[in-house]
Design a binder for this molecule. Sequence first.
Ligand code: 5AD
Ligand code: FES
Length: 342
Amino acid sequence: MMIEKLYNTGDLSDDELKMLITSDGDSVSEQLAMYADKVRRQHYGDKVFLRGLIEISSYCKNDCLYCGIRRGNKNAQRYRLDREQIMSAAENGYKLGFRTFVMQGGEDAYYTDELLCEIIAELKDRYPDCAVTLSLGERTYESYKKLREAGADRYLLRHEAADCQLYKKLHPAEMALDNRVKCLYNLRELGYQVGAGFMVGAPFQTVENIIADLRFLQELRPQMIGIGPFIPHHDTPFANEKGGTLELTLRLLGIIRLMFPKVLLPATTALGTISPIGRELGLKTGCNVVMPNLSPVDVRKKYDLYDNKICTGEEAAECRSCLQRRIESAGYTVAVERGDAV
Ligand code: 5AD
Ligand code: FES
């Protein structure tokens, strides 16, 4: 009943959302996946877009309580990729068929606007048929403007928590939700395709908080929404907290597909980390993006946001073919194209 209403109207009341999020039972999950898959196929067919993720730096000036590369983690192994290393990761990725490069990293002052603009311009010059996505945290309007003018197409900045009390519990005192939201609106104004999102099952997160996240996303209307389970990292203050579940993450992915029919929705690495078939289940519940790791093999273990992250071993070079097999066996095809929002 509720799922049909969500499918038909793209929305539910807070009470209805709460019921849908909390009701358990395989039949609810199955029905939701069925409708979510139907909607993704209406807009994107069976295509899955690949994004080559280049994790450029594990240095970060922030101290987010959940994150393994927070500055307060003295055990974190730090590295940063220089321009040549980034270009060679992209070259490798292009050959493998990636048409989007995502440069992601902690907030690291080494990456000045000048340096980033050079790298972005070189990427766009060498690979004019590719999209460049940035995921480098909070920067000033002027900085986002320069990066956009240098050719960056998209920006991923999860809002993390739309409820300001929850946001405070997950972040150090010097960070504020207002600033993050401001960044997201700045990015949008500058013409970036924007991605927002949050972790599922973060410490202290309530169903009401999740509904606030969905309402925030309805206001922002981002082209991309990234959600994945919270996974505790052993060297953070949340080491002993419970992680987010597969079931709740899938439930929310399905709901998001129905609320945002055309959104680009990744089956995240975190989802693949909590279950060996997590990403496949994500694809079958409305996801249409996968972001395999393109970082040099020797740094992958060091971009350690949460415990047991997959694809960090020596076999990581096989990610592309392994993923293709997985995507096809789930009933989808890998799209070799930029994969912009429709
Ligand atoms: N578990 C799951 N996701 C995490 N992220 C950071 N730390 C964790 C964790 N412990 C997510 C954040 C961030 C994105 C890059 O990774 O939501 O925005
Ligand atoms: Fe990384 Fe298969 S997806 S080895």
